[in-house]
Design a protein around this ligand. Structure first.
Ligand code: DAT
Ligand code: MG
Length: 139
């Protein structure tokens, strides 16, 4: 069984020149990169992407931030468990809680500027891959 996740280098990661480092970590780990694209996320797409956080106080800022500059979106494939393994590579949401060796633990300090997104489960992966790349790439 294989599994796909939606991963994204956020505008702060792209601006800091961390795209290559992050893609390289994923690639060297042995995961497959099924699709990769740099683009600006449209506001409506960002609102949908972060829809689960609509009621949170930081939602407005989150949408502003994610649309503030180009992002690099990836569809990443690997064996069952890949979605969770990518989350482990990213580290916890708050970079100050993220151990060294994780992407957030190595390159970020601010919860609102934590340089990378990764789907948190099979349902969100399907939803996010469909939203950003279309249904053909979701499975
Ligand atoms: P994750 O990105 O680890 O899946 P999440 O889905 O809970 O975390 O939140 C989505 C993004 O929202 C997160 O990457 C950064 C932002 N965020 C989360 N909690 C926040 C907070 N307390 N203050 C500001 N931004 C926050
Ligand atoms: Mg999340």
């Amino acid at each position: 069984m294989s599994e796909r996740s939606f991963v994204m280098v956020k505008p702060d990661g792209v601006a800091a020149g961390l795209t290559g480092e992050i893609v390289s970590r994923i690639e060297r780990r042995g995961f497959g990169i099924v699709a990769l694209e740099k683009r600006l996320m449209a506001r409506e797409v960002a609102e949908e992407h972060y829809g689960e956080h609509r009621e949170r106080p930081f939602y407005g800022e989150l949408v502003e931030f994610i649309t503030s500059g180009p992002v690099v979106m990836l569809a990443v494939e690997g064996p069952e468990g890949t979605i969770d393994a990518l989350r482990t590579m990213m580290g916890p949401t708050n970079p100050l809680d993220a151990p060294p060796g994780t992407i957030r633990g190595d390159f970020a300090t601010d919860v609102g500027r934590n340089i990378i997104h990764g789907s948190d489960g099979t349902e969100s992966a399907t939803r996010e891959l469909t939203l950003h790349f279309g249904a053909e790439l979701s499975g």
